[in-house]
Design a protein around this ligand. Structure first.
Ligand code: AGP
Length: 610
């Protein structure tokens, strides 16, 4: 996600835009830029990297003007670079826009605009918007923007200024990317998020879905994208700034847990053609004919990303009938793996900077293996050095414990498994359509699970004093058992082990007693009966069972001490739902134990050293 700010009023816009932009830097910091309008001239300044880099540029040559927009970027399309930094302008540099979100149909629009003679200078989806508005400029900026917005597909928040309307700032919003309007004395503010406004005003209006705001010094006009007037009164923000950066959540981790439906939706966006039952990932970098020739796939990753890779093994072997190995990256890089050009290595890394994963990728490439990275940070080292990349679009993940990146990785792995299966001729078309339709329903089902947060907090309170915990799962849910245990370990500092439930009788069953909770992942599916038997084995030894089960499953309700329900879903999609109660349980136990949830002891967000 990116950060947008805007200002129109009596002051020099830059004096308002920069401090406001700094308060949004947590939303992304690949590049930053500002555009103002002064005496009929549009002034644009940009810089790659954090806002401090932009400030250095501005000190030498500050843009003047009492109206302007600014942007801090989290790259989704196009690497971090000066050319890809926002704001973007039209052909005549008359207008400048900043954008947060994803334009799903930008390729087609870009081709049509290029045919009309528009010249592009970036690889971004955003630049298309500037030229679309330019195409309709004779109608005036508000109408031109409405017409442009009606041609866009996707979720976006856009703000625009033009030298042809010096005292005006226009914004539109469609889908999940928020836009907040701040009401001042004879001045108006615009921002992606509340923190940017704190310090200037606490009176805000939220721009609604499919609405446009036309802002002038001391005047706010709202309308729909067809120009119908919208009436809305301002509300007062109760938060302080630090609370606001977390969107009102107590921790970034909790905010990111609740951002998962959007992370999954964005990771799927413009990659699934439900009608045709196809997957489109142009940046994968490997044509279908090369996918057909593969004889093995090697996942390499660390931590939570490794747990996602283990889920990927089940998916790829089931859909593509391609043998899959999963390696701890720090082992892979030293075990002299046997690789060649018919092996596809897939490093999975949220940060794209994990030293072990990057080294494993380099080892694979040295041996001639092909590579496709699954990364969350555009332009990161792992993403850059692989042959191709499948970006998760979870947005910036600040909490050290990975949550939304994990479910975004699972989403990407489903897309990759189906893509490989279709290319290799093993995936059943009917099943593919069922899976892809089911995947489209997952964000709403996730929201339903997240609505149980208070109930899960109460369960966490009951077990927060535990010293040990065992997580059990089978099949696709075995990696989820590992992930649930990892979450509890890393943020609550409770010794927790994830185990294949079938392995319990080969040792861990000796640990079972009335003091150690056992989390049994038991949704309805191919492993259900076996899991139910494992629960019985635990209960027969006075164990305490917390079952993650399909909502309404009365049988498990009788067996288990506690049930954390998830909606019924296709087996292949269940991990996306099961992950949520596991994350929330660990989160609440950690908070109740007074742990630093966002920055757990001894950990770092990205382990860039061996
Ligand atoms: C997960 O919650 C941890 N933060 C950690 O295990 C992490 O998954 C691991 O360090 C890998 O990071 P990456 O995905 O950025 O490569």
């Amino acid at each position: 996600m990116c950060g947008i700010v805007g200002y129109v009023g009596p002051r020099e816009a830059l004096t308002v835009l920069l401090p406001a932009l700094r308060r949004l830097e947590y939303r992304g910091y690949d590049s930053a830029g500002v555009a103002t309008v002064h005496r009929g001239t549009l002034e644009v300044r940009k810089a790659v990297g954090k806002i401090a880099r932009l400030e250095a540029v501005l000190q030498k040559d500050p843009p003047r003007g009492a109206v302007g927009v600014a942007h801090t970027r989290w790259a989704t399309h196009g690497r971090p670079s000066d050319a890809n930094a926002h704001p973007h302008t039209d052909c005549t540099a008359s207008l400048a826009i900043v954008h947060n979100g994803i334009i799903g149909n930008y390729r087609e629009l870009r081709q049509a605009l290029a045919r009309e003679g528009h010249r592009f200078h970036s690889q971004t989806d955003t630049e298309v918007i500037a030229h679309l508005i330019e195409r309709h400029r004779e109608n005036g900026l508000p109408e031109a923007m409405r017409r442009a917005a009606r041609e866009l597909q996707g979720a976006y928040a856009i703000a625009c200024v033009t030298k042809e309307a010096p005292g005006m700032l226009v914004a539109v919003r469609c889908g999940s990317s928020p836009l907040i309007i701040g009401v001042g004395e004879g001045e108006v503010f615009l921002a992606s998020d509340i923190p940017a406004l704190l310090g200037e005003t606490r009176e805000i209006l939220v721009l609604g879905e499919g609405e446009q705001a036309i802002l002038r010094a001391g005047d706010i006009t709202l309308c729909t994208l067809t120009g119908e007037p919208v009436q809305r009164s301002a509300t007062t923000i109760p938060w302080d700034r630090e609370a606001a950066e977390k969107g009102g959540y107590a921790h970034f981790m909790l905010k990111e847990i609740f951002e998962q439906p959007e992370a999954v939706r964005n990771t799927m966006r413009d990659r699934v053609d439900l009608e045709a039952g196809e997957i489109r990932i142009p940046e994968l970098g490997l044509p279908d004919r090369e996918l057909v020739g593969l004889n093995r796939l090697c996942f390499v990753a660390c931590g939570t990303s490794l747990n996602a890779a283990l889920v990927g093994k089940y998916l790829v072997e089931a859909f593509a009938r391609l043998p899959v190995e999963v390696d701890v990256a720090s082992e892979f890089r030293y075990r002299q793996p046997v690789l060649d050009s018919r092996v596809l290595t897939v490093p999975i890394s949220q940060s794209g900077e994990t030293a072990d994963t990057l080294a494993a990728l380099r080892e694979a490439r040295e041996q001639g293996a092909r590579s496709v990275a699954i990364c969350n940070v555009v332009g990161s080292s792992v993403a850059r050095e692989a042959d191709g990349v499948l970006y998760t679009r979870a947005g910036i993940e600040i909490g050290v414990a990975s949550t939304k990146a994990f479910t975004a990785q699972l989403t990407a792995l489903i897309l990759l498994a189906v893509k490989l299966g279709l290319a290799r001729g093993f995936a059943d078309r009917a099943l593919v359509r069922t899976v892809l339709k089911g995947l489209g329903d997952i964000p709403d089902l996730m929201a339903g699970v997240l609505a149980q947060n208070e109930m899960i907090r109460a369960v966490g309170a009951r077990f927060a004093a535990s010293r040990d915990c065992l997580y059990l799962g089978r099949g696709l849910h075995y990696p989820l058992a590992l992930e649930g245990a990892l979450k509890l370990k890393e943020i609550a500092y409770i010794h927790a082990e994830g185990y294949s439930a079938g392995e319990m009788k080969h040792g861990p069953i000796a640990l079972i007693d009335e003091h150690m909770p056992v989390v049994a992942i038991t949704p309805r599916g191919p492993t259900y009966e076996k899991m139910a038997a494992n629960i019985e084995e635990v209960k027969a030894r006075d164990g305490i069972v917390i079952a993650v089960a399909t909502a309404g499953d009365s049988e498990i309700g009788v067996q288990a001490d506690v049930v954390l329900p998830v909606p019924a879903a296709l087996y292949w999609l269940q991990p996306l739902l099961v992950a949520l109660p596991l994350q929330l349980l660990a989160y609440h136990m950690a908070v109740l134990r007074g742990c630093d949830v966002d920055q757990p002891r001894n950990l770092a967000k990205s382990v860039t050293v061996e």
